[in-house]
Ligand binder design. Structure first.
Ligand code: HGY
Ligand code: MN
Ligand code: MN
Length: 415
């Protein structure tokens, strides 16, 4: 296994981070760069320009995943794939996704700085729509690449304004015509990401070596009651969709304690119709996000949500519909990739801990087609999906240094 560290250039990494963070920047140091938006186009153009400056060959697939390939000495060797996503949450953070793409870019730049010729090609990627906010589900680009999402279904998916993914891709010029999915099975995939949780900071460790990712289910619930006047309508005759929804929202919160220690439940979206101060709500639509490392627990949780929903609607005399938008099983990453990260952290003399990630990542789907793994860096106060998302710069540098050297190890490993 190769040894000898590849030195990254922290100042160049910082300059790239500041340049990319300026695209879609919010007034409070966050990012509002929704997938396939004009700002996503601008940051993609910046990314492609940086890849072209590196002399790597660039290709775009039909769902807009952008790949760059740095050749290795063995043209027949399967490539190491590295990257993450450049789209953000609405008013999200600057580190989620973006840092992983820039870690991969800095790695290619550092390999060039030191004239390192790797045996395997190293491919870099920006995955389309990891966040699943504007278009559902999440992990859209990596899911199409790995065969988990059907391309045609994805292209027909619409946002709240009725724009399809295909239209949005064409609008920004990133509806590629490359074949979908791996033209050759990559040897491995590595993604650097902010932890988006409190544990690295709490434990004082620089790097998270990720064993796996929670499984999750996304549900959409619609409760239909009957609108009526808020004044003269007697309370006992009402069919108030929002009262039933409120019961379910608090029941969903309580489920997490009932179902298991690692279970997390969230109602993130909720809309009320007709949404007027003096009209009894006739329809409420809301989402449920339910996660656990145990897939059977997630299934149990979905059934429990439906039971709570049926009971609440029975009590209020309203109807409901429940749609499962998406479900992904938990992920167990490759021990070989994990070991390369651990060895790189040890060689760099950086403290690390093994952990399971609570947020979904593209690496989960890529793990279906190759050996995947992740490197986490600490999130201050665990804050994320929030403009206050922050990682200390020395932690960024430490993580990217480990990432770059783990990538180099993977690029030298045998079949
Ligand atoms: O939902 C997630 O965990 C990811 O941020 N898309
Ligand atoms: Mn992310
Ligand atoms: Mn995210």
């Amino acid at each position: 296994m190769v040894t000898g560290m590849v030195d990254i250039d922290p100042d160049r990494l910082r300059a790239a981070f500041d340049d990319y963070s300026a695209i879609g920047a919010t007034d409070d140091d966050g990012l509002h760069r929704l997938t396939l938006s004009a700002d996503d186009q601008r940051v993609r153009d910046e990314f492609v320009s940086d890849l072209e400056d590196l002399g790597v060959s660039v290709r775009v697939d039909p769902v807009g995943n952008v790949f760059g390939r740095r050749e290795g000495t063995d043209a027949d060797a399967a490539p190491v794939l590295v990257g993450s996503h450049l789209d953000s949450q609405p008013y999200g953070g600057r580190y989620d996704g973006q840092l992983g793409v820039l870690a991969a870019l800095e790695t290619l730049r550092a390999l060039d700085d030191h004239d390192v010729e790797t045996t395997r090609p190293v491919e870099i990627v920006d995955w389309t729509n990891e966040e699943g906010s504007r278009f559902k589900p999440a992990l859209m680009g990596s899911g199409v690449y790995a065969g988990a999402h059907d391309l045609d279904t994805v292209l027909e998916t619409t946002d709240d304004q009725g724009t399809t993914v295909a239209e949005a891709l064409e609008e920004i010029g990133y509806r590629g015509d490359e074949p979908v999915g791996p033209t050759e099975r990559p040897d491995s995939y590595l993604e650097l990401h902010v932890e988006q949780g409190p544990f690295l900071e709490e434990h004082g460790n620089a790097v998270g070596v990720v064993d796996g990712i929670l499984g999750m289910a996304w549900l959409e619930v619609t409760i239909t009651g009957d609108s009526d006047h808020a004044g003269p309508t007697p309370m006992h005759t009402r069919s108030d969709a929002l009262v039933a929804a409120a019961d379910v929202v608090t029941a969903v919160r309580r489920l997490s304690t009932r179902l298991g220690d690692d279970v997390v439940t969230t109602v993130g979206e909720l809309s009320v119709e007709p949404d007027s101060i003096n009209v009894i709500p006739s329809e409420v639509t809301f989402t449920v996000d339910l996660r656990s490392y145990d897939d059977a627990t997630v299934d149990e949780g979905v059934a429990a949500v439906e039971a709570e929903l049926a009971a609440a609607c029975e009590r209020e005399g309203v109807d409901y519909s429940l749609e499962k938008i998406w479900q992904i099983p938990h992920t167990e990453f490759s021990p070989g990739v994990r070991d390369a990260v651990e060895d790189a952290a040890s060689e760099a003399d950086r403290s690390f801990e093994r952990m399971v990630g609570g947020a979904g990542h593209d690496a989960s789907y890529v793990n279906d087609v190759t050996d995947a793994g992740m490197v986490f860096v600490p999130s201050v106060d665990g804050k994320t999906h929030n403009e206050a998302e922050f990682t200390e710069w020395e932690d960024v540098v430490a993580g990217v240094e480990v990432f770059a050297n783990a990538t180099r190890r993977l690029a030298e490993r045998d079949e």
